[in-house]
Design a protein around this ligand. Structure first.
Ligand code: DAT
Ligand code: MG
Length: 151
């Protein structure tokens, strides 16, 4: 078994549109397990750290302004190959090319308001989770997880 942990964000547009429940339910229904969850508003420094890989791109300042514009919900989610699985559930970056059935394909219109973040690799997940959670904020739900992935 390859149990991984990933960072999911319900971005400020998801919170203000009242979509926290709809979005988190999609990960839970897949059988992924929430092991940490909090609402917070990012300051510029944390936002720039989170999106460091995009520093220098034309949309970077807009991205930082947006992600700091209101409260978001951060979740740490565990499951077998959960990083790739959550990216599937989220859909392509541009909602216009995101598959119907995915969060972005069902609920979003534009790339700048695409509702959700999901880590894209093990390295990113490890780095990004540390920006949002301290080690003692994760709970253990291994029994819940095993119910979903055995048999
Ligand atoms: P993803 O969120 O699918 O991992 P990404 O890491 O390439 O996508 O980009 C991070 C966010 O930046 C993305 O969710 C929305 C924004 N973004 C990406 N490309 C953009 C573009 N060409 N114009 C405006 N915003 C963009
Ligand atoms: Mg990304």
């Amino acid at each position: 078994m390859t149990i991984e942990r990933t960072l999911i964000l319900c971005k400020p547009d998801a919170v203000s549109r009242g979509l926290i429940g709809d979005i988190t339910a999609r990960f839970e229904r897949r059988g992924y397990i929430i092991v940490a969850m909090k609402m917070l508003q990012l300051d510029g420094d944390r936002a720039r750290a989170h999106y460091a890989e995009h520093d220098g791109k034309p949309f970077f300042s807009e991205l930082v302004d947006f992600i700091t514009s209101g409260p978001l919900v951060a979740l740490a989610i565990e499951g077998e190959n959960v990083i790739e699985g959550c990216r599937q559930i989220i859909g392509a970056t541009n909602p216009l090319t995101a598959a119907p059935g995915s969060i972005r394909g069902d609920l979003a219109q534009t790339i700048g308001r695409n509702l959700v973040h999901g880590s894209d690799s093990k390295g990113s997940a490890e780095r990004e989770l540390k920006i949002f959670f301290d080690a003692n904020e994760f709970v253990s739900r291994r029994h819940d997880l095993e119910r979903w992935i055995k048999g």
